[in-house]
Ligand binder design. Structure first.
Ligand code: BES
Ligand code: MN
Ligand code: ZN
Length: 504
């Protein structure tokens, strides 16, 4: 889908479909929802009057009603798009509403869609750059379906989106529009990687695709394999990698703009397990096919780097991706094995299915040796994070309040949901081993997401660090009006905001 920005009058724009936003202005005094339009146009009001009066359209978030041949408008159809309660109006409801409009258009085979930006004189005015960005992101993220492998696929793609905005605050609107396109493209790139099956997206292929992206975006990218991993004495990463016929990939992307200060140097570390069978501690067959998305943390970092290369914040960033397959084999690592991480710490392997923390331990340490002063990692680390938080919030863990607050503040801009969970030192006995410095599982299943975080924290050491456990949020199991089934691309936007917060 190609998005365009037009400054002008939506009513006079000839299009197969014009979407306008509506909010529910119900108060305590009204028994029913009272939908109100976010566009001050008599023609649109007239065209929508009967429908609004009918009570059939409630302006709930993601609700879409379609009116054909609206009189007074140049558009062939008028789409009324609900944003929910007036008091809850936010950039995020715009993102969802715009997404619902794009998917509603797609379902109807509408190839060209126009959206009227909400007008600034509406009661709940939101920052024009941010709201514009949210509308563009919402539509561009909602439009794709990950059905490339289906031969019965009907191409119903929406070819163009025209966002129509008023002249007021033209510069801010243009900036929001440009940013929205960049961020959505980065997130969709991450999603396309996560969607690939394990037989296609091997660690080597992930390296190739990352390198190709970096070449176009103007980022430095190096891809290493087994030899380098052993040379660097990444004993934990290698333990996981050595059980597979597919060679691992250690991917390093570097963004060093001339205008950035020497410090900070941000390290973005991603878990890139292209398929997780569990290894010798093999997983049950039920649902194992989903473990192709065990590289979603890596994809989030690669997506974020894509956006960073294009938005050019004045801060140095290095991304380290640890990619391997976790397989059972004669050469696999085994429960009871003791491995030595690059940092020198010894690890007792209790369960080979806790492989993510092993590859990341070396990734985090390596990022520090490359000069990173602040670390963030993303990983589909534990099933336990879904038990704790469900599938709405990803888990946020940190060893430094200021660095964590910075990340959490960015959620207001990214519109993503993350919830901080503890990883204070009093949890350290979760990973205490009798045999080695630490072990790779918790003592029991309780607080499993915290045990994973405690393990990683050992390798962040004194360096300020944020860990995102996205196991419950990286795959969208239930389609939403604004999001297709499949890879969500979660965390790309929030990681990007964290990075931007360091740029002067
Ligand atoms: N990749 C899984 C975590 C996961 C589970 C991701 C469900 C997405 C959906 C991870 O490698 C894993 O297997 N973790 C184990 C850890 C345990 C053995 C300590 C888990 O969560 O069961
Ligand atoms: Mn696993
Ligand atoms: Zn895994």
């Amino acid at each position: 889908m190609e998005s365009k920005l037009l400054f002008g009058d939506a009513v006079a724009f000839a299009t197969p479909a014009l979407a306008v936003f509506a909010i529910d202005t119900q108060t305590e005094k009204t028994a029913e929802p009272v939908p109100g339009l976010l566009i001050g146009s008599d023609q649109v009001e007239d065209a929508a009057r009967a429908l609004l009066a009918s009570g059939e359209f409630k302006a709930a978030v993601g609700e879409v009603a379609v009116l054909h041949s609206p009189t007074g408008l140049k558009a062939e159809r008028l789409l009324l798009v609900g944003l929910g309660k007036a008091g809850d109006l936010s950039a995020d409801s715009l993102r969802k509403g715009s997404g619902a409009a794009a998917r509603a258009a797609k379902a109807r085979g509408i190839r060209n869609l126009a959206i009227a930006a909400p007008e600034t004189e509406t009661p709940a005015t939101i920052d024009p750059a941010l709201s514009t960005r949210a509308i563009v992101e919402g539509a561009e993220i909602a439009e794709p379906d990950f059905d490339t492998y289906r031969s019965d696929r009907k191409d119903r793609s929406v070819e163009s989106l025209t966002l129509i905005a008023a002249e007021a605050q033209r510069t801010a609107v243009q900036r929001g529009f440009d940013e929205g396109r960049i961020v959505a493209a980065a997130q969709n790139f991450a999603r396309s990687l996560v969607n690939e099956p394990g037989n296609v997206l091997t660690p080597t292929e992930l390296g190739k695709r990352t390198k190709a992206m970096c070449d176009t975006a103007g980022l430095k990218c190096e891809v290493f394999s087994s030899e380098k991993i052993q040379e660097l004495k990444m004993g934990a990463f290698w333990a996981v990698a050595k059980g597979s016929a597919e060679p691992p990939a250690l991917i390093v992307m570097t963004y060093e703009p001339a205008n950035a200060p020497e410090a900070p140097v941000l390290g973005l570390v991603g878990k890139g397990i292209t398929f997780d069978t569990g290894g010798i501690s093999i997983k049950p067959a039920d649902g194992m096919e989903k473990m192709k998305y065990d590289m979603a943390g890596a994809a989030a970092m690669i997506g974020a780097m894509h956006a960073i290369a294009r938005l050019k914040p004045a801060v140095k960033v290095i991304s380290v991706i640890c990619s391997a397959e976790n397989m059972p084999d004669g050469s696999s690592y085994k429960p009871g094995d003791v491995v030595t991480a690059m940092s020198g710490k010894t690890i007792e392997v209790v369960n080979t299915d806790a492989e993510g923390r092993l590859v990341l331990s070396d990734g985090l340490h390596y990022a520090k040796t490359l000069g990173c002063t602040h670390l963030i990692n993303a990983a589909t680390l534990t099933g336990a994070v879904s038990i704790a938080l469900g599938n709405l919030n990803f888990g946020v863990f940190s060893n430094d309040d200021a660095t964590c607050e910075r990340f959490l503040d960015g959620l207001a801009v990214s519109g993503e949901k993350g919830w901080r969970l503890p990883c204070t030192d009093d949890y350290r006995d979760h990973i205490k081993s009798e045999i080695a410095d630490i072990m790779n599982t918790g003592k029991n299943r309780y607080g499993g997401a915290i045990s994973g975080a405690m393990f990683l924290k050992e390798f962040a050491g004194e360096t300020p660090w944020v860990h995102l456990d996205i196991a419950g949020t990286a795959w969208n199991e239930t389609p939403k009006p604004w999001l297709a089934y499949g890879p969500s691309g979660v965390a790309v936007r929030s990681i990007l905001e964290w990075v931007r917060s360091f740029a002067s």
